[in-house]
Design a protein around this ligand. Structure first.
Ligand SMILES: [Fe+2]
Ligand SMILES: [Fe+2]
Length: 318
């Protein structure tokens, strides 16, 4: 059965699906721009079946939109099952969240996106609670290519790790995670040519890019996001040294969650492959932020980042 378009489908990534258990919804695959029915609900996505793809198995499958609740329930059950180890759970959660975050960046329905991201972050917080090792795996899985949605998800993961070390309670962790996922939502209003440009931006392009915190604030205010979520978006390019943008806020004026996003955001940018720069190793990136970018980030938060990444609580630098 061939379908012409993906309008009534959601994309799900291969690694958010498990090969051992039956899949409780139909799966479709895109071949030559057509969706082909691939797996019947109740069948298993076995390694043998995947090996039959002519080249290699696709990165993603499609699921009917009406099966979205079944997909979410399936992920939720796997995350709470004893059959999977913390690494397998971290992979499933990251992979299933990536498609939701990708949708959120493309969907015009921000109100729904705010609800959906709350569910995603709740799953991350629950996994951090039930499997303490999962955070280390999630950090290890950070992708090192830059797309706004993988970037936003990885910044969200770093922010959750950091705010956990800093002692946030679960309500604050959820707001933190949501704020981080939305920090660059204003980039929706910046031209794709600028976002995807291979190389440094010229002055005009840079001025346009620097407007994304304001654009994001307008979007989030319209949809009644909380003050903390709005601050994560509007203040994440401020600097503790007072020379950030757009408002040149002083350290005490910047929302603590926005300070966390600022740190995680720079760390992710430095450790990510972009066509015009080589990614740094995590330790080199933190060292760069501590020395070359001295004064821009909150000291205690920078030390906490060492703890998150290297479990170096006892050996953190002065
Ligand atoms: Fe940004
Ligand atoms: Fe960012």
């Amino acid at each position: 059965m061939a379908e012409q378009n993906t309008e009534n489908f959601i994309k799900v990534r291969l690694h958010s699906l498990d090969s051992k258990e039956p899949i409780p919804f139909d799966l479709y695959v895109s071949i030559n721009q057509k969706l082909i029915h691939y797996l019947r609900a109740g069948d298993s996505l076995t390694k043998e079946k995947l090996a039959k793809f002519e080249n290699k198995a696709p990165d993603s499958f499609f699921v009917r939109t009406e099966d979205r609740p079944a997909f979410k329930k399936y992920v939720h059950q796997n995350l709470n099952s004893k059959k999977f180890n913390p690494l397998e759970k971290a992979i499933m959660l990251r992979e299933s969240s990536l498609t939701l975050v990708e949708e959120l960046f493309e969907s015009p329905d921000i109100q729904n996106a705010l609800v959906e991201t709350k569910e995603i972050v709740q799953q991350f917080v629950a996994l951090m609670g039930s499997e303490p090792e999962a955070m280390a795996h999630l950090i290890g899985l950070s992708s090192h290519d830059f797309y706004t949605y993988t970037h936003s998800l990885d910044v969200g993961i770093y922010c959750l790790g950091l705010s956990q070390v800093l002692g946030f309670d679960s309500a604050a962790l959820i707001e933190m995670g949501q704020g981080a996922l939305f920090h660059d939502i204003g980039k929706r209003q910046v031209s794709v040519d600028i976002i995807c440009k291979d190389g440094p931006l010229n002055d005009v392009e840079w001025a346009q890019m620097q407007k994304h915190p304001q654009y994001g604030l307008v979007i989030l205010t319209e949809h009644k996001a909380t003050e903390a979520i709005k601050a994560c978006c509007f203040e994440h390019h401020e600097s503790v040294a007072g020379n950030g943008y757009p408002q040149q806020l002083q350290a005490h004026e910047i929302h603590p969650m926005a300070k966390i996003v600022a740190l995680a955001d720079t760390f992710d940018a430095l450790t990510t492959q972009r066509s015009y720069n080589k990614p740094m190793k995590p330790s080199a990136a933190l060292e760069f932020m501590r020395t070359k970018l001295a004064g821009r980030y909150d000291d205690a938060m920078l030390r906490a980042m060492y703890a998150v990444l290297f479990k170096m609580e006892d050996k953190v630098r002065p």
